[in-house]
Design a protein around this ligand. Structure first.
Ligand code: ADP
Ligand code: MG
Length: 431
């Protein structure tokens, strides 16, 4: 090759790579994919139907911008009801308003589903505060105990007038050996009182489980006073508005008029989950582009919804602890290969447990006791991944619990990262 100017490099077929870059985008329907990404924090005027919740959060955090101690807030609500979005939006606004008053505020966000023990969550909090302070310290990821990380936090906070700490998915923190799971809330909410720091800490704890507040240590709960906010599901009208506010993600005229209302109705039919609504809309756009259709149409919505559900399940499964994943895999494999127990459309705990033990054996992990497995099954049932039913079980069998997977087993198997070729023959054998 003598002439290596970029324009003349080609492939075997003689096509110019430069040409490929410039190639036909004429059937593009999505103009701004980012607006359809779920993680995006839209500007204030794009947050729909949460005025009251925003107002309450602001009034609890407001003392911060005057240099006074704020009230900690506990938010609960089902997934996709705008909890993380609203909390982040309000925290960011509080920080920038405070900065205008010349106060230095650390805006801290910790997703406890990624740091699911107290120690890991405090470690993550310390590292985030360190980042906000311009990384003066080197904080190790492991090797320190929770109390050492707290000490680092108190030291780092000396640099700030206030901090807003969002502890998202707080319900995912595992209880310690004493069954204690909200020590981090206790430490942060009482830090000033305990004279650990002079810095005001605004805490927003968020739970996807509606009964989390009831399970809290009463002393911790009392420091939240009555600052508990329940985010209700969106109705179809709100979902429609949420999607309309993102319509400019598409080129003019690319969306058939009935797409948004129909997508809103589909998402509202379950539990008014905005994340799902937006995913359906995005997928519909992607599918229409794949099909080289000239418009996003109602006809693309069913497939779009199916993909949205699969993504959700895969995401859920991927963030579970290893044993919870083994249990889900066991139940998925049973669902694919074994007849349900005793004419029920589910499997007994002992049956699931046997399958789970087989999975553990294949994974080379020691299995948990059956009582713990039953607890983990209960947790998954709470998360709407599986369903449990007490059943009569026919003649003289007494009652027992049957477990049924509510999601597509193939999606679960894939989500766990299990090779479908490796379906264990032992699990398939119906005993
Ligand atoms: N009120 C709203 N207005 C605009 N978009 C929203 C609204 N509520 C949720 N969304 C969108 O749905 C996504 C999921 O919301 P999120 O706050 O993460 O839900 P949750 O934390 O309750 O599970 C957000 O990232 C955002 O894209
Ligand atoms: Mg969230």
């Amino acid at each position: 090759m003598t002439d290596d100017s970029p324009g003349t490099w080609g492939s075997d077929s003689g096509r110019d790579t430069g040409e490929l870059f410039a190639a036909d985008d004429s059937n593009r329907l999505i103009k701004n994919l980012e607006l359809l990404e779920v993680g995006a924090v839209p500007e204030g005027d794009r947050i729909v139907g949460r005025d009251n919740e925003i107002e309450s959060l602001v009034s609890n955090l407001k003392p911060i911008v005057r240099g006074d101690p704020p009230t900690p807030v506990l938010i609960s609500g089902k997934t996709g009801t705008g909890k993380s979005l609203v909390a982040r939006h309000v925290a960011q606004t509080a920080t920038s308003v405070a900065e205008r008053e010349d106060l230095r505020v650390a805006d801290i966000y910790v997703d406890c589903s990624q740091h699911s023990t107290e120690t890991r969550a405090v470690c993550a909090t310390a590292r985030e505060i360190n980042k906000a302070a311009g990384s003066p310290k080197d904080i190790p990821l492991t090797g320190l105990g929770a109390s050492q990380y707290y000490t680092i936090i108190w030291e780092l906070l000396e640099d700030f007038d206030a901090a807003v700490v969002i502890l998202d998915e707080i319900d995912r923190i595992q209880p310690d050996s004493d069954g204690n799971r909200d020590n981090i809330l206790m430490q942060l909410s009482r830090a000033r009182e305990a004279q650990k720091t002079d810095t005001n800490i605004g805490i927003i704890a968020i739970s996807n489980k509606l009964d989390y507040p009831d399970k809290m240590n009463q002393r911790v709960r009392s420091s939240f006073g009555d600052a508990e906010l329940l985010f209700p599901p969106y109705d179809a009208n709100q979902l429609r508005e949420i999607m309309h506010a993102r319509e400019d993600a598409f080129y003019d005229g690319a969306l058939e008029g009935s797409v948004i209302p129909k997508a809103a109705a589909l998402a509202a039919r379950e539990h008014g989950d905005a994340r799902k609504a937006i995913r359906i809309l995005k997928n519909a756009g992607v599918i229409a582009e794949e099909k080289q259709d000239s418009k996003v149409r109602e006809a693309h919505l069913n497939e779009a919804k199916r993909r949205a559900e699969a993504d959700r399940v895969a995401e859920h499964v991927a963030t579970q602890t290893p044993h919870a994943r083994h249990i889900l895999l066991a139940l998925a494999l049973l669902t694919k290969t074994a007849d349900p127990d005793d004419g029920e459309d589910g499997y007994r705990t002992t049956h699931v447990y046997d399958a789970y033990c087989t999975v553990c054996e294949e994974e080379g992990t020691e299995e948990l006791k059956i009582d713990r497995v039953r607890q983990l099954l209960d947790e998954q049932a709470f998360l709407d991944i599986i369903e449990s039913r007490r059943t009569g079980g026919g003649h003289q069998q007494g009652t027992f619990t049957a477990w049924r997977l509510l999601k597509d087993p193939d999606v679960v198997v894939k989500g766990v990262g299990h090779d479908p070729e490796l379906v264990s023959p032992k699990i398939g054998a119906d005993d």
